[in-house]
Design a protein around this ligand. Structure first.
Ligand SMILES: C[S@@+](CC[C@H](N)C(=O)[O-])C[C@H]1O[C@@H](n2cnc3c(N)ncnc32)[C@H](O)[C@@H]1O
Length: 399
């Protein structure tokens, strides 16, 4: 592992560009860090002071929930500065990657094709694939073109853009390979299910396979497959895995209804997939997980904590993604009763629970921690509570 989590680990396909491009990218990352560490903390005193006083005067009561808080905060200049800076940082981040990517796209695409051709792992995409509207209709988290826009059956643009962009977005907190969620879920499984040795593993909504690859590293004898509805991401994922010499299959498939046979997998995981789907898709994905799992198999979805686990002010802060970052399902997903969805899909109620998978980057040895160069890493800065929220459920052994 690269010891400095605040610099992305290079690989053959990463579009970092030249010195000037990298400086723009560093600026967009630092701008986000400034917003997180410099502006965000100021929202609490502003809310608890003048904003609550004004609301109280107008309504005869303090703000009661995140909707009240939003109504009260949106007219405050401090919040407006915070929200507009966040949006500008997001747009800067993508544009700092798009410029070098457009310049280098030809050679990068050729390199990806060569890597994929040399790999024994399965690759399946189709230009006729029916991408669900909740993915195709908007540019989620303002990524220009979204995940699935595809100009040819060789296009990898969205995948390359996401690889560099999501690293900058996460400010390094997903680790140098953007794989902290996958690594954390693997650690969670090894610690909490020590007897469980999955032979077939499916990662749903894998994008560029950054969370998928740790499963191959941690369970090397398992057959590992990533699926996503976005063709350019799947092609990039396949080539990226090949560049890292990992035999992982990548297929363009819809997690709501895949082409795999019943009981194909021991373990099905997803990482921040569910909040980018829809209220109709989520139950279908849970049903599909149940169908695809072997008896005794596990489904683990790592995603956002439900709103019930935090107070109204924190809900309001996180819900800004819904309002200002093209994440229409972000807030609604946190109110859905996922335990019920899993139970309705057939998972035994006693096996379904939310838990926290500690962030893998937090579990580096002391020597590794000491080698971090930019600054100390603090639990909870990026993932509230210092871990990723996981929903875990087991299919009955006799079904
Ligand atoms: C936030 S990204 C997931 C990131 C990645 N799994 C990770 O570990 O960071 C969400 C991904 O889910 C994909 N997606 C959305 N709906 C899907 C569906 N029904 N089936 C498969 N993939 C889907 C999107 O195309 C996108 O690539």
């Amino acid at each position: 592992m690269n010891q400095n989590i605040f610099q992305q680990a290079p690989h053959d396909l990463l579009p970092v560009g030249n010195h000037d491009d990298r400086m723009r990218q560093e600026f967009s990352k630092s701008f986000r860090q400034y917003i997180q560490n410099g502006l965000l903390p100021g929202l609490t005193p502003v809310f608890e002071g003048r904003v609550t006083r004004t609301f109280q005067k107008e309504h005869g009561r303090p703000p009661a929930d995140r909707h009240d808080i939003r109504k009260a905060m949106v007219t405050d200049p401090y919040f407006q500065t915070y929200a507009s800076s966040t949006r500008i940082a997001q747009e800067l981040l993508w544009s700092s990657v798009i410029d070098p990517l457009e310049r280098d796209l030809g050679p990068l695409t050729e390199k990806a094709e060569t890597l994929s051709t040399q790999s024994p792992a399965m690759l399946k995409t189709s230009e006729d694939f029916d991408v669900p509207r909740y993915v195709s209709a908007i540019d989620i988290h303002c990524m220009p073109g979204g995940y699935a826009s595809s100009r040819s059956d060789k296009d990898i643009f969205a995948g390359a853009l996401y690889d560099r962009g999501v690293y900058l977005y996460a400010m390094g907190y997903m680790g140098p390979d953007n794989d902290d969620m996958g690594r954390s879920v693997c650690n969670y499984i090894k610690r909490n299910l020590p007897e469980f040795a999955p032979e077939t593993i499916l990662d749903m909504g894998c994008t560029i396979g950054h969370s998928t690859l740790p499963f191959k590293e941690e369970f090397p004898d398992a057959e590992v497959t990533g699926i996503d509805v976005a063709g350019p991401c799947i092609r990039y994922a396949h080539a990226r895995a090949a560049a890292k010499e990992l035999n992982v299959g990548f297929l363009q498939e819809n997690a709501e209804e895949t082409s795999f046979a019943d009981q194909s997998f021991d373990l099905i995981v997803s990482h921040i997939l569910l909040h980018e789907t829809s209220g109709k898709a989520m139950p279908r994905i849970f049903d599909e997980c149940y169908r695809l799992l072997k008896p005794g198999g596990y489904m683990i979805h790592a995603d956002l904590p439900p709103f019930g686990k935090m107070g109204p002010f924190m809900q309001f802060i996180l819900d800004n993604e819904t309002y200002y970052n093209n994440e229409p399902f972000w807030g609604a997903m946190r109110e859905i009763d996922q335990i019920k969805l899993a139970s309705d899909a057939g998972f035994a109620p006693g096996t379904i629970r939310f838990d926290t998978a500690p962030m893998a980057v937090m579990e580096l040895s002391e020597a590794e921690q000491a080698a971090l160069t930019d600054r100390e890493f603090v639990a909870g800065e990026y993932a509230p509570g210092g871990g990723w929220e996981v929903l875990i459920a087991q299919k009955g052994k006799t079904e």
